[in-house]
Design a protein around this ligand. Structure first.
Ligand SMILES: Cc1cc2nc3c(=O)[nH]c(=O)nc-3n(C[C@H](O)[C@H](O)[C@H](O)COP(=O)(O)OP(=O)(O)OC[C@H]3O[C@@H](n4cnc5c(N)ncnc54)[C@H](O)[C@@H]3O)c2cc1C
Length: 321
């Protein structure tokens, strides 16, 4: 079995970009992804949602961002193993043994870009939810905006995702209602301003009390006041529960299950790095722009450690590519 320089676990946006950057720095690289398609959360959870905070791209959908990342990656030699879940990592004298559900591989260094791990949407917890989910009336993310064309939609949630989706839906749906249990929203100021200027009907502070034949019944927080809303579709955006696999013994993780990283994105295990949503440190923000920067820090640090004649200071310009 040939040992390569770097194996990246997870082909989300950060893993894909990290692989490209590693290739640019002269490392031999392979990526292992458990899903059948590369792209992580933007590709699988919000392929049609517009993303506004990627440097140099005024607005890009999750699917287009994935396409761009794959196109960028195609410029360097690499191997991408899809549909293969990494189950265990073991430290060896020269690097790591990586055991997947299909093979055993070896690498001098490993970069974890496993994101939030296996994602499960946080549910409303109201009777009848599962049946509505099966019937297609209730969903936790949107894979096709067209499915909401001309429909009356109730969006539950008060974070960036809920607001982004409500604003996207406004363009295709006949009515959009946003229901949040607080009077203020936990979203970017710019997004909140766009919401205030939109035609979206706000219901705050309200929660769902029950599903009705025509839609939903809402209850005002700390009050008995009930109000009926007639809607065709329900979108729940209460975030996701995550399940990180316990990949290696002795790995230091924080309370929320993310891997503790130092300033060079190294974990407490030598040769094992982390970037993107899987990482944690003081001030961590789980956004892609941050994850892309973390990938660069990790690759530059490991390139130096692997003593491949690429000093860290050489990483100042992509012209070496
Ligand atoms: C609805 C929504 C909207 C968002 N909007 C924005 C936005 O506008 N701007 C922004 O910057 N961020 C946004 N985010 C956050 C952004 O999607 C994440 O920060 C980003 O996806 C993190 O990228 P990542 O590569 O670290 O992880 P992920 O995208 O989670 O990818 C991790 C990959 O690792 C794979 N994996 C996990 N475990 C294993 C294993 N054991 N073996 C093999 N593969 C494995 C997973 O299958 C997945 O493909 C949004 C998130 C959501 C949910």
């Amino acid at each position: 079995m040939q040992e390569i320089d770097l194996i990246i676990v997870g082909a989300g946006p950060v893993g894909l970009y990290a692989a490209f950057y590693a290739g640019m720095r002269g490392l031999s690289v392979a990526i292992i992804e458990s899903a059948e398609v590369a792209g992580g959360q933007p590709q699988n959870l919000y392929p049609e949602k517009l993303i506004y905070d990627i440097a140099g791209l005024p607005a890009v959908t999750g699917a287009d961002l994935t396409r761009n990342l794959l196109e960028q990656l195609a410029q360097i030699p690499h191997r991408l193993f899809l549909g293969e879940a990494v189950q265990k990592l073991e430290k060896t004298s020269t690097g790591f043994t990586i055991t997947t559900d299909q093979a055993v591989r070896k690498a001098k260094a490993v970069l974890l870009t496993t994101g939030a791990g296996l994602l499960t949407p946080r549910k409303l917890g109201v009777t009848g939810e599962e049946a509505l989910e099966v019937s297609g009336k209730l969903s936790y993310f949107i894979t096709s905006l067209q499915a909401f064309k001309g429909e009356k939609v109730a969006v539950f949630g008060g974070g960036d995702s809920a607001l982004d989706w409500a604003l996207m839906l406004e363009k295709v749906a006949s009515e959009v209602h946003l229901i949040h249990r607080r009077t203020s929203f936990r979203a970017h100021e710019h997004t909140v301003r766009r919401l205030e200027d939109s035609s979206i009907q706000l219901h705050t502070p309200y929660t769902l009390s029950e599903f009705t034949e025509k839609g939903v019944q809402l209850q005002k927080v700390k009050s008995d006041l009930l109000t009926e809303l007639s809607v065709d579709k329900i979108l729940v955006n209460y975030g996701f529960l995550t399940n990180q696999l316990d990949l290696i013994e002795g790995l230091e993780v924080t309370r929320n299950g993310r891997v503790t990283a130092n300033r060079q994105m190294r974990s407490n295990i030598e040769g094992l790095y982390v970037a993107g949503d899987a990482s944690d440190y003081e001030g961590k923000v789980p956004l892609m722009s941050v994850g892309f920067g973390e990938a660069v820090l990790a690759i530059n640090a490991m390139t130096q450690v692997l003593t491949l004649d690429h000093a860290i200071r050489k990483g100042h310009s992509s012209s070496i590519f």
